[in-house]
Design a protein around this ligand. Structure first.
Ligand code: NAD
Length: 256
């Protein structure tokens, strides 16, 4: 379904980004991967599906490196047809203890990076009159939790960005939507489980069950594969008129 399309997924060396990259590659898209750490395992997994794959290691907190990433995608692959703004980080602390530099980096990576990639991708999408922008927000784009002030602010912000871009592109073949996952067992969440286990003197399995039990009525993690399935749907013709939504896939988290 997506052959001939190029997808850029930011933060796709692990977790949700890699899951979405694999799902898009399975549909025939060419992939541009991005993220920290060794990119080779992720590149190999995507390449094994048969399509082309590129990588650019831009730090998504740096606008000039984001511009370089977008120029790379244009030069090597003819531009970005599917933009998945996924790179993100977390920090957990009460507001009075929240380090200002953590606030700045969370806003830069989880929110401002999507402004920069989107402003640079939209002109090419308008020219082709086709494009898909998928912003990976969170259940925390719709509701808050204590001790996550920067993350919740950034994720609510990206839902607002999504709606605005959807309105500006509403009469074109470009759509912009947000995906709002609940808990997904990735390195970002494993760190929160490990911290809870250490803080409360719990076994890791108990800490994992408590974390899920607090927020996610299903008691089960959402998987990167399930999120990949939703991303593929949002790229399909059936989703041509899905515009500006913040679609939660969260085991019932925000239904409460
Ligand atoms: P993860 O830590 O597995 O992956 C994050 C990715 O972003 C990695 O590839 C990492 O290298 C990359 N990254 C981090 N900082 C970067 C930077 N400055 N520049 C470029 N790349 C950078 O985390 P994840 O859980 O897969 O999270 C992916 C997205 O999903 C994030 O936006 C996160 O907020 C969101 N999310 C996660 C969950 C969850 O439960 N895991 C729930 C809701 C939303």
């Amino acid at each position: 379904m997506l052959s001939g399309k190029t997808a850029l997924v930011t933060g796709s060396t692990s977790g949700i980004g890699l899951g979405i990259a694999l799902a898009l590659a399975r549909e025939g898209a060419t992939l541009v991967l991005n993220g920290f750490g060794d990119p080779e395992p992720a590149k190999a997994e995507v390449a094994a599906l048969g399509g082309k794959v590129g990588f650019h290691g831009a730090d998504m907190s740096k606008p000039e490196q984001i511009a370089d990433l977008m120029a790379y995608a244009e030069r090597e692959f003819g531009g970005v047809d599917i933009l998945v703004n996924n790179a993100g980080i977390q920090h957990v602390a009460n507001i009075e203890d929240f380090p200002p530099e953590k606030w700045d980096s969370i806003i830069a990576i989880n929110l401002s990076s999507a402004f920069h990639t989107t402003r640079l991708a939209v002109p090419g999408m308008r020219r082709k009159n086709w494009g898909r922008i998928l912003n990976i927000a969170s259940a925390h784009g719709l509701v808050a939790s204590a001790q996550k002030v920067a993350y919740v602010a950034a994720k609510h912000g990206i839902v607002g960005l999504t709606k605005t871009v959807a309105l500006e592109t509403a009469t074109t073949g470009v759509t912009c939507n947000a995906i709002c996952p609940g808990w997904v067992l990735t390195p970002l969440v494993q760190k929160q489980i490990d911290d809870r286990a250490a803080r409360e003197g719990l076994a890791v399995e108990k800490a994992r069950a408590e974390l899920l039990g607090e927020k996610q009525p299903s008691g089960e993690f959402v998987t990167p594969e399930q999120l990949g399935g939703l991303a593929v749907f949002l790229c399909s013709p059936a989703a041509d008129q899905v515009r500006g939504v913040a679609w939660n896939m969260d085991g019932g988290w925000v239904a409460q």
